[in-house]
Each structure stands twice: as structure tokens, then as C-alpha cells.
Design a protein around this ligand. Structure first.
Ligand code: MG
Length: 388
């Protein structure tokens, strides 16, 4: 079997209710009549969205044409090494690599007539537990957060996540990462209010988006220790692993990070320095399906659970589910599409994709899910075409 063409399309921008999300889909065609579709993250600024597509259809396409799509490992490594001396390990290159790798697994599964999780060694679980990423809207009051949490739990979820960065009154300077006393007080009241609303039987994660400095992060982590968070996410920016390790050593609050780390190489230092209790690789941008499993294995030998970050379409989320099924140390997967009414329309498959806070891993060959061509075409990013 030989790769005959590779195409990429960007879906989602400027569509009402998309929350600004865009998804890049990569399609790999073969001379055997099989094709595979993969997804990668493209939620960044405009240059990042189109850069990912340009990388897929430019340099990477030229390297892959004529190759055997079943050589996933060697092809992945060839692409990863290709641009190492020209910024090849930077985010858009790794995003592109991720989308292509996902499509190759879809082809492999279709070729061997097996779901991807079987090719990864089999499933530890068939249903993937989800947490709902929640936004209380423009009302930053503890009551609004508690109300939103109750609303989401009524849909069957057993875990929720809320953002607390940039929400509180009392900010004196938008560039300064110090939590004022007033701001810290408000954030703690919001978190305590949600915990009170959902009770101890449901799980609560809090995302800080890397927008606090070290003393503020330590104060916040200490202040919420009794609230038994599932995790406190990115209380510090992702760049300084030593600062994160210092924070983690000083608090019993569970610290989670990793949505801005890529490949095994990005997670090695995080794990070896004991800088996170939980890691959260984004499987649509960290390097691919097999790389996600490798990252999880690296975490496993440090006894660290994996709770992947996820803002994907149903297709990218299903790819993540295959990884989550195939690793022992899976904790929970993010679901970011709750507020997007047409999220499930983007793909064909066993709908609804989300039931009672779980997503079932598809048993059909490959990823077991296909883009809905009509829906995808209708939701294309302005000016783009669907797999021309
Ligand atoms: Mg986050």
C-alpha cells in the first residue's frame, strides 16, 4: 500500500457558538482505496491554524507520498527529525505530525480490520469517563458557578472543571500575576461554592491557565487544600518546571499540568522533577496516538495518572478515547463541546457520542468514526475547502 495524497482542512472558525474553536482535519489517501482521517489542534491564532495546514500539505506531504502508510513508527520519526534544525520541534510542526499520525492509525485499523485500541494492545476499559469543562458565563459570582455546576451534573457527569483566572474583582494590573487579597478571597469562595453545590461524591477540577505567580499559586493551593480538588490545573505558566516542582512540594492540593507540553521529550523533565501529580497531555497536539501512549507509559513508571486535555471534535476525541482505553493509568478525559449545539453533527457514528458523562470507545475498524462531509463543509473556516 502506498500513500497517494494528503489533504488538510480547517473547520469551525467564525461559526456561531464555536467558542472560537477550530479543528484541523488531515486526510491521507492510499492506492488501496483506503483513506484515513486524523485531527489536530489548531485553536491558536490565525497563523497557527493555517500554519498547521501548510505544514501538512507542504513539506510533510512531499516526504510521505509513495510511502507505506502502515510504517507509522518510522514515518513519524522521519517527520519529527526532518525539521529539528529549523524549529521542527515547535508546536505547529508537532500539531501537523499529530494529525497525520492519527490518519495513519485510521488507515492501519481499516487495513487490519481492527479498532485502533486493539492495535495498541487492547482495552483496559470500553467507556471513557469524562469531565465537563464549564463556564459560568459573564457572572463571576460564586452563586453563578454553583448553579452552572448543578446544571451540568444533571446531564449525568460526575466531574466538572471551572476556570478561575482573570475572573475576580481586585486586579490592579492585567500583566501582573499576583493574586490580591480580594481576588484570592473571591477565587476561594467560588471554588468552595462549587464544592458545596456538587458534594463530595463528584469531582472538581480548577483551571488557572498559568496566570498566577509562585507566591500566589502557593497561597491558592494552600487555601483550597480542604476542598479536595481532583486537581488544580496550571497554577503557574508551563515554562518553569522547577517552580512547579516547588509549588507541588509545598501543598497537598493535587497539581496538574501538561496541555502545553509536547511529545515524550516535553514530559520527561516534568515527571523526573516530580513537578506534577497528574499530567494532562492534549492528544490532538502532543504528537499523536502512539506518542500519547508513550507519554502515559512514562507517567506510569512515576505512578502518575493521565487526564488528557481535550478540545477536539468528536473525531479527535475518539482518537483520544482509543489512547485512554489502552493505558492503565487513565484518570478522566476532558469534554469541551457541551456548549456547542452542532458539535456532534460534525461526525457520523454511534450517536449521541456522549452519554451520562461517558464516551464509548468505537469498535469499528480504525478510529471507528468518520467526518460528516456535509456538516464539515458547511462549517469550514472562511475561505477553506474540504479535502480539495
Ligand atoms: Mg487548561
Amino acid at each position: 500500500m502506498k500513500i497517494t495524497d494528503i489533504q488538510a482542512s480547517v473547520v469551525g472558525r467564525n461559526v456561531p457558538d464555536s467558542g472560537g474553536s477550530t479543528w484541523t482535519f488531515v486526510r491521507v489517501y492510499t492506492d488501496a482505496g483506503l483513506y484515513g482521517t486524523g485531527e489536530c489542534n489548531s485553536a491558536g491564532p490565525i497563523w497557527s491554524r493555517m500554519a498547521t495546514k501548510e505544514i501538512v500539505m507542504g513539506r510533510y506531504r512531499s516526504l510521505l507520498l509513495g510511502q507505506d502508510p502502515l510504517d507509522i513508527g518510522p514515518l513519524w520519526e522521519r517527520l519529527r527529525r526532518d525539521g529539528r534544525y529549523s524549529g521542527g520541534s515547535t508546536a505547529p510542526m508537532t500539531f501537523a505530525l499529530t494529525g497525520i499520525e492519527n490518519a495513519l492509525w485510521d488507515i492501519a485499523g481499516k487495513h487490519y480490520r481492527a479498532p485502533v485500541y486493539r492495535l495498541l494492545g487492547g482495552a483496559f476499559r470500553q467507556r471513557i469517563r469524562l469531565y465537563a469543562d464549564c463556564h459560568a458565563g459573564h457572572d463571576n459570582s460564586p452563586a453563578a458557578y454553583a448553579e452552572k455546576a448543578r446544571e451540568v451534573l444533571a446531564e449525568g457527569y460526575t466531574a466538572v472543571k471551572f476556570d478561575v483566572d482573570g475572573m475576580a474583582p481586585g486586579k490592579h494590573d492585567r500583566y501582573n500575576y499576583t493574586l490580591s487579597a480580594r481576588e484570592l478571597d473571591h477565587v476561594v469562595k467560588v471554588i468552595a461554592g462549587v464544592r458545596d453545590a456538587i458534594g463530595p461524591e463528584n469531582d472538581l477540577a480548577i483551571d488557572c491557565h498559568g496566570q498566577f505567580d509562585l507566591p500566589s499559586a502557593i497561597s491558592l493551593a494552600h487555601a483550597v487544600e480542604d476542598l479536595r480538588l481532583m486537581w488544580l490545573e496550571e497554577p503557574l505558566p508551563a515554562e518553569n518546571v522547577d517552580a512547579l516542582a516547588e509549588l507541588r512540594a509545598k501543598t497537598s492540593t493535587v497539581i496538574c499540568t501538561g496541555e502545553n507540553q509536547y511529545t515524550r521529550y516535553g514530559f520527561r523533565e516534568l515527571l523526573e522533577r516530580r513537578a506534577a501529580d497528574i499530567i494532562m497531555p492534549d492528544l490532538a497536539k502532543a504528537g499523536g496516538i502512539l506518542e500519547g501512549k508513550r507519554i502515559a507509559e512514562l507517567a506510569e513508571i512515576h505512578y502518575v495518572p493521565v487526564a488528557p486535555h481535550n478540545v477536539s471534535s468528536p473525531l479527535g476525541m475518539m482518537a483520544a478515547c482509543h489512547v485512554c482505553a489502552a493505558i492503565p493509568n487513565f484518570l478522566i478525559l476532558e469534554f469541551h463541546g457541551r456548549g456547542i449545539a452542532w458539535w456532534g453533527d460534525l461526525c457520523q457514528g454511534d450517536k449521541p457520542f456522549i452519554r451520562e458523562g461517558y464516551m464509548a470507545v468505537a469498535d469499528a475498524p480504525g478510529l471507528g468514526i468518520e467526518l460528516d462531509r456535509d456538516a464539515a463543509r458547511e462549517l469550514l473556516m472562511t475561505g477553506d475547502t474540504l479535502f480539495e
